[in-house]
Design a protein around this ligand. Structure first.
Ligand SMILES: N[C@@H](CCC(=O)N[C@@H](CS)C(=O)NCC(=O)O)C(=O)O
Length: 234
C-alpha cells in the first residue's frame, strides 16, 4: 500500500545531464524509484504523454502525476521529501541566490561548454575564451555558492544541495571532455576553487556511483563531434 501511495518513476537517459540532476536528487533524499531509460530517437508513448510540451527527459512521475524540467523537478523533490539534507536553504534570500546560480550554470555555463566540446579551430578558440570567463565568474563567487558551509568536509559528509547537483552535472564530465578536445578546460592552477569543488563532488560516494562511465561518455562525445551533431541545451 505504502509503495502504491509513493510510486515514483523517472524517465531519463543515461548520458543526459538533466536526467542526472533528478537521479542525484532522488538518491540524496533516499527516495526509491523506478527508472525508465528512454530511446530519444524513438521516444516511448509514456514520455510523449507525460511531457507533451517539450517531449524531453527527464520526467518524474509521482503517483501518476508528471513533473517536467530538471530544475523544477529537483525543487519538487526537496519540497515533497523534506528529510535532510535540504537541497535548497529555507531562508528566502538564500533560496533566491541558489536559484540564481543554478540558472547561471544551466543557461550560461552548460551551453558554452557544449559549444566548446563540439567546435573546432577559430570557433573553438572563441568558445574557450567564453568558457574561461564563465569559470572565472564561478571562481570569484564560489564562497557564496556553498551557502552556509565550506567545501570538501561538507560534501564528504553528504550535506549536498541543489548547487552541488548542478555543478556536478554540468562540469563533472570535464575529464572526458578534455580527452575529446585534447587540452585542459578546468585547470587546477587557474580555477583552484572550481577544480576542488568538482573533484570533491566526484569523490562523494552517492555521486560517484551515478556519474556515467568515462569511456562511454568519451565515445558518445566523439560520435557527436564526428557526425557534427549539435547539442542544443535549453
Ligand atoms: N530544459 C530541460 C532540457 C531537457 C533536455 O534537453 N533533454 C534532452 C536530453 S539531454 C532530450 O530529452 N532531448 C530529446 C529531444 O530534444 O528530442 C530540462 O532542464 O529538463
Amino acid at each position: 500500500m505504502e509503495e502504491e501511495i509513493n510510486k515514483v518513476t523517472l524517465h531519463g537517459m543515461w548520458a543526459s545531464t538533466y536526467s542526472k540532476r533528478v537521479e542525484l536528487a532522488l538518491s540524496i533524499k533516499g527516495v526509491p524509484f523506478e527508472y525508465v531509460e528512454e530511446d530519444l530517437i524513438n521516444k516511448s508513448p509514456s514520455l510523449l504523454q507525460y511531457n507533451p510540451v517539450h517531449k524531453k527527459v527527464p520526467v518524474l512521475v509521482h503517483n501518476g502525476k508528471s513533473i517536467c524540467e530538471s530544475m523544477v523537478i529537483v525543487e519538487y523533490i526537496d519540497e515533497t521529501w523534506k528529510n535532510e539534507p535540504r537541497l535548497l536553504p529555507d531562508d528566502p534570500y538564500k533560496r533566491a541566490r541558489v536559484r540564481f546560480w543554478a540558472d547561471f550554470f544551466h543557461q550560461k555555463v552548460l551551453p558554452c561548454l557544449l559549444n566548446l566540446v563540439i567546435s573546432e579551430g577559430d570557433r573553438q578558440n572563441k568558445c574557450v575564451g567564453e568558457f574561461q570567463k564563465k569559470l572565472k565568474i564561478l571562481e570569484d563567487n564560489i564562497d557564496e555558492m556553498f551557502v552556509d558551509d565550506q567545501g570538501a568536509s561538507r560534501i564528504k559528509e553528504g550535506r549536498v544541495g541543489m548547487l552541488d547537483i548542478i555543478a556536478l552535472t554540468v562540469l563533472g564530465a570535464y575529464k572526458a571532455q578534455e580527452e575529446v578536445i585534447g587540452f585542459k578546460i578546468i585547470d587546477q592552477n587557474k580555477n583552484p576553487k572550481v577544480f576542488s569543488w568538482v573533484n570533491a563532488l566526484l569523490e562523494q560516494p552517492k555521486f560517484k556511483e551515478l556519474v556515467p562511465p568515462h569511456d562511454k561518455v568519451v565515445s558518445l562525445l566523439l560520435y557527436l563531434k564526428q557526425n557534427n551533431i549539435k547539442l542544443a541545451p535549453n
